[in-house]
Structure formats: structure tokens, C-alpha cells
Write a protein that binds this ligand. Structure first.
Ligand code: ZN
Ligand code: ZN
Length: 406
């Protein structure tokens, strides 16, 4: 097989893996990096079939462009497709608001809706007589690991192997060649249970002292996971941004969520912000879960502006912040781009690693469990950290634009 890396080579985000086998060509994921301005992958050659492993924009974002150009079929779960559509429309809205050009418009989003071919987790199906198998990827609800059965190739684009509150962890898939993300190469996650406890204790402390807690969280996956944790506190929770709509969609697909009934109850009781007035009420109440997860826009900016100089209040980051995002700047330099102006943030800034990605040791264990002969590492800023420990297989760390032959 030959694989060309269109994006995600030695970087986290904008994944695109273009694969050529005897008798079939297909693309796995095609996304852009959601920063300002976005970073796009290399232009894909004409392609008939593509797989979309999950809805996150760094994997899905360029699919409408692809479909409208080449009439590509996009194989994904129904939940992934439904969430992706919302993210496409949101990306368009953001581009219009910022007054910058974008690779596609509303029309292309309509086109992709007709190009999706749905299969669910654990389904096996044929394309050009090649058998494919969708395995649960444990990353977010509806996410899959794609196995090409006869060729013994597996694509693990964003996986988690531990059980979280929202989804169950992924199990290894025996294969000869494994493509796998390495977002957390070289970094181990803290113990999840302990961290959840610390997180809750800290929030309770801040609220008790009269401070406000702003929790930026990705609408897809993180918002639901954090809501399931916050629920244990019994405090009033306010939700602002896209997380509510996404949760409603997820709740239609019970099979992909571990605690559906609890999640349903939480979202029936949560205080959702509909208006500017609601935003003031939310701030007064003090515990707010909001988008965007990397602080690159959305209602979170308004809230940070309001609390940034209050030493009693805190912004609590709950996930990986890509280089070049406001969230990364906030963590590293205690400042953000606030309506176009670099602004110091003087309130507390905390980081809790509620990742939906496997940590270093988990990745290694998962890779061993797949017993591959070849491992291709992508979607990683530090792939060498993982490569150093893989002495049982040939390791490839391709650059963007590189073609590897296995
Ligand atoms: Zn993802
Ligand atoms: Zn990703």
C-alpha cells in the first residue's frame, strides 16, 4: 500500500490519509486546524471513497469540499454525520463573522448530506469487494476505528482506551499495519478518579469564596463528559454555546453513550443560556460550561472578559490546546486575544487534563495489543517519544506531503 499524508504529519490536527491499494483508493479523514485563520490540509487528489472516523473538525472539516468536487462517498456513523453538519455550519458562520474566505459554502454542506453512507460501530461492509470493519474508538460518541480486514490495516485516528463517564474505551484490533494518533506521545494522564475529585473540590472552593468558574469545553464530547462530572456536585450549572444542541443529538443515539439516562436528566435540568440576559444570570450564578473549547471564539470570550481581573474567579481549561490557539496562549502566557486585542488575564487559570485521547502508556499498550508489524504515527507533536519505545515493529513518522510505501 501507498499512503500520502495530506495533513497531520508531525502535528495535531488537519488529518488526511490518502491510501492506494491494488483495486481501491480511499481517504481516511479530511479536516482542518480550527485556529484563526484555519490551517488546511494538502489538496486531495480525486477520490471516490472516504472514511470519516469522527465529527471533530480537525478530521471532518474538509469533507464538504471533497464531496462537492469529486462526488465522494463518505462512510461514517449516523451520529458523526449529524454532528459534523452542525460543525460545518458553525465554521461557515465563524468565517463570515471574521470576514475571511472559506473553502466551501452552504451549498457544499447540502451536497455532503447526500453523500454520507451510514454504518454503525461493529458493522462490517464491502466497498469494491474489500471488507471494512468499524470498531468503537472510545474517543467521542459515534467515533470509529476503521479496519481494512483482508489487508490487515487499521486506522486509529483519535482513540481513547480508558472508560470515561461518557464512552467506553477502545479495544486493540489485531492488524499488520497500524496507523495511530500520538497526541499524547510522551505525556501520561493523571489518575482520572483522583483528578475528578480535585476538579470538583477546586470548583467548590472557588464558588464558596464567591468566585466564578468558567469552563471552556468542546461542544462535542467534552461538554457532556464535564457535565456528567459536575452533576455530582449538586450545584446549579449553566451551559452556553453549541454544547446543548450537540447533546440533544447525541441523546438520540443511546447505543453510543454509557450513561444515557443520567445525561438526559442533566440536560433536562441544566440552565441553558438563550440570550444576553441569560448570560448575565449565568455569570451571577457562577458555574458556567461554555464553548469554544480552545477559547478561539464563542461565548467563552464574553465570560473571560467579565472575570479576567477578579483574583477569586477562575478559567478552568479541560483539554488539549493546539499551538496558536487562544487557549494555548492563556495557559502559557496568561493572555488571550480579546476582540482583536492581546489582553492579560489576571484571574486564576487552571488546567485539568480531561482528555478524550489515550495517554502515552495507554497508546503503547494499545499498539502492543494490536501486534502490528508496521506502525505509522501521525496527529502528534512528539512522535519520537512513542517511537523510541516501539521496538517490536517498524515505525514510520511521515511528514505532510510524504508518501510512504508499506
Ligand atoms: Zn477528535
Ligand atoms: Zn484529532
Amino acid at each position: 500500500m501507498i499512503t500520502k499524508i495530506l495533513g497531520g504529519g508531525r502535528e495535531v490536527g488537519r488529518v488526511g490519509l490518502f491510501n492506494k491499494f491494488d483495486g481501491i483508493e480511499f481517504l481516511v479523514d479530511y479536516g482542518f486546524m480550527p485556529q484563526e485563520p484555519p490551517k488546511y490540509p494538502i489538496e486531495s487528489p480525486e477520490i471516490r471513497n472516504a472514511f470519516l472516523t469522527h465529527a471533530h473538525i480537525d478530521h471532518s472539516g474538509m469533507m464538504p469540499w471533497l464531496c462537492s468536487r469529486y462526488n465522494t462517498n463518505v462512510f461514517s456513523t449516523r451520529l458523526t454525520a449529524e454532528i459534523a453538519e452542525i460543525l460545518y455550519r458553525d465554521s461557515l458562520k465563524l468565517a463570515y463573522a471574521k470576514g475571511r474566505s472559506f473553502p466551501y459554502g452552504e451549498n457544499e454542506v447540502e451536497i455532503i448530506n447526500d453523500r454520507f453512507v451510514y454504518y454503525e460501530q461493529n458493522d462490517r461492509f464491502l466497498i469494491n469487494d474489500f471488507e471494512f470493519h468499524f470498531h468503537p474508538a472510545g474517543h467521542i460518541p459515534g467515533s470509529v476505528l476503521v479496519e481494512m480486514v483482508d489487508s490487515e490495516v487499521a486506522f486509529a485516528c483519535d482513540i481513547n482506551t480508558i472508560d470515561t463517564n461518557l464512552v467506553e474505551g477502545a479495544k486493540p484490533v489485531k492488524c499488520r499495519t497500524l496507523f495511530i494518533e500520538g497526541t499524547y506521545a510522551g505525556v501520561n494522564h493523571p489518575d482520572r478518579d483522583e483528578m475528578e475529585k480535585e476538579f470538583i473540590d477546586e470548583i467548590e472552593d472557588i464558588l464558596k469564596r464567591g468566585g466564578k468558574v468558567i469552563i471552556p469545553a468542546f461542544a462535542v464530547g467534552r461538554t457532556q463528559e464535564i457535565a456528567l462530572i459536575l452533576d455530582r456536585m449538586g450545584e446549579e450549572i449553566w451551559l452556553d454555546g453549541m454544547g446543548y444542541k450537540i447533546s440533544e443529538i447525541m441523546l438520540k443515539y443511546r447505543q453510543y453513550i454509557k450513561n444515557t439516562d443520567r445525561l438526559k436528566k442533566i440536560f433536562e435540568e441544566i440552565n441553558f443560556v438563550y440570550s444576553g440576559h441569560g448570560r448575565k444570570l449565568a455569570l451571577k450564578s457562577g458555574l458556567i460550561l461554555t464553548t469554544s473549547g480552545m477559547v478561539n471564539g464563542g461565548p467563552v470570550i464574553w465570560y473571560i472578559d467579565k472575570i479576567k481581573d477578579d483574583p477569586k474567579s477562575a478559567v478552568i481549561i479541560t483539554g488539549y490546546q493546539v499551538e496558536g490557539t487562544n487557549g494555548r496562549m492563556l495557559l502559557e502566557n496568561r493572555e488571550i486575544d480579546l476582540y482583536g486585542i492581546k489582553t492579560k488575564v489576571n484571574c486564576k487559570v487552571k488546567y485539568y487534563d480531561f482528555s478524550a485521547h489515550a495517554g502515552h502508556n495507554e497508546l503503547l499498550k494499545f499498539i502492543k495489543g494490536c501486534s502490528p508489524e508496521n506502525v505509522v504515527l501521525f496527529h502528534s507533536e512528539n512522535p519520537e517519544k512513542l517511537a523510541e519505545e516501539i521496538d517490536f515493529a517498524e515505525v514510520y513518522i511521515p511528514e505532510n506531503g510524504e508518501e510512504i510505501k508499506i
